[in-house]
Design a protein around this ligand. Structure first.
Ligand SMILES: Nc1nc2c(c(=O)[nH]1)N[C@H]1C(S)=C(S)[C@@H](COP(=O)(O)O)O[C@H]1N2
Ligand SMILES: [Mo]
Length: 363
């Protein structure tokens, strides 16, 4: 049995199975780019299996493995630890997958597997230090309370992360989103938040934190979240978020195609850009599908792990346009116009394309 995603045949359309995944795991509507912080119900969702039933009274967090003093905590004990809050842009590593050609079959995201939330919790580093990783500790495994099978492998959802990455100041065990207790779909009662990393790292319904003296080799790290060109060839782990800019689609939409109609005249195009590698340094807009580019205006840098707002003044004259936007970060990573294809459809940060008809202004 292959543990790779299947690739769609050239004329194969989206199946009921994919539609089922897409309905459970909804994206965020692009007009929600207008909010600095995404309202909870508009944040994207991705859950591999079922949302587990967790009883907060009997729930425990266990920190153990290759440590000197294992720790077990009740929810009220976690909540009484020092608090920290970070505003963080999340993005699923599969965002953009459904636009790839040929198309890897999995959760068929278009552009909307994104959201920015204010996460409150307690810094992971202090708890890990209290448990005391022993000499030789390399990775930490984070286990969720959800369970399922995936490509024939039965498993709890578990992700590994290098101990050094776990000890960064910004990493949280979060119990609140936007000032409210986590709702079931976002990981109640506790989740991991690792700012800058793609979504698979943000383990929901956390129950166990296990320090390991050998590299973690579980399914979600070794099989699922890899950049892989061929079925059996070499692969690289999916880690931090590549740069992406998105635009609020201007004007108003057609119901079916979602193509846009805009009245001629001055239009302020607006959106957000982010990168998990370095702060956003530049955003450029094209109204001709990527032939020519002009720099957008950037809002001042805000919180490091939150997206950055941009605007662009467009003098729209009647005609047909294809609006496109691309981001570059301070580490020199630039969003591509052409698809970065890989076998499992990971990290497709190819630019958004918005067909727009500009109609003459009513006189
Ligand atoms: N336990 C558990 N954690 C999980 C997942 C999961 O299926 N189970 N999905 C991951 C993936 S792939 C993503 S993109 C994010 C989505 O977080 P959200 O649903 O809160 O937006 O959660 C991550 N954490
Ligand atoms: Mo994801």
């Amino acid at each position: 049995m292959s543990t790779n995603a299947r690739i769609a045949d050239p004329d194969e359309v989206i199946s009921f199975e994919e539609l089922g995944l897409a309905a459970r795991n909804h994206g965020f509507p692009l007009e929600a780019l207008r909010y600095d912080v995404t309202p909870v119900g508009l944040h994207y969702l991705l859950t591999h299996y079922d949302i587990p039933a967790v009883d907060p009274g009997s729930w425990r967090l266990r920190i153990g493995g290759h440590v000197d003093s294992p720790v077990t905590l009740r929810l009220d004990e976690v909540r009484s630890l020092p608090r920290a809050t970070h505003t963080v842009t999340f993005e699923c590593a599969g965002n953009g997958r459904a636009r790839l050609s040929p198309r890897p079959i999995s959760q068929p995201w278009l552009d909307g597997a994104v959201g920015t939330a204010t996460w409150t919790g307690t810094p992971l580093a202090a708890l890990l230090r209290e448990a005391g990783p022993r000499a030789g500790a390399v990775d930490v495994a984070f286990t969720g309370a959800d369970h399922g099978t995936e490509r024939g492998v039965e498993q709890d959802y578990v992700r590994g992360l290098a101990l050094d990455d776990c000890l960064r100041d910004e990493v949280l065990l979060a119990y609140e989103i936007n000032g409210q207790p986590l709702p079931p779909q976002h990981g109640f009662p506790l989740r991991l938040v690792v700012p800058g990393w793609y979504g698979m790292t943000q383990v929901k319904w956390l129950t166990e934190v296990t320090v390991l003296d050998a590299p973690f080799t579980g399914f979600q790290n070794e099989i699922a979240y890899r950049y892989r060109e061929t079925e059996d060839g070499p692969s690289e782990p999916v880690t931090r978020i590549k740069p992406r800019a998105l635009m609020i689609p201007p004007g108003f939409p057609d119901f079916m195609t979602r193509d846009r109609i805009v009245d001629a005249g001055p239009v302020t195009l607006e959106g957000r850009a982010w990168s998990g590698w370095a702060p956003i340094a530049q955003v450029e807009v094209s109204v001709d599908g990527g032939e020519t580019w002009k720099a957008a205006d950037l809002d001042p840098l805000g919180e490091r792990w939150a997206w950055r707002r941009w605007t662009f003044g467009w003098d729209a004259e009647p005609g047909e346009y294809r609006l496109t936007v691309r981001a570059a970060d301070a580490a020199g990573n630039v969003q591509p116009v052409d698809q970065p294809w890989n076998r499992q459809g990971m990290g497709n940060n190819m630019v958004q394309q918005i067909p727009v008809t500009v109609r003459p202004a009513a006189s």
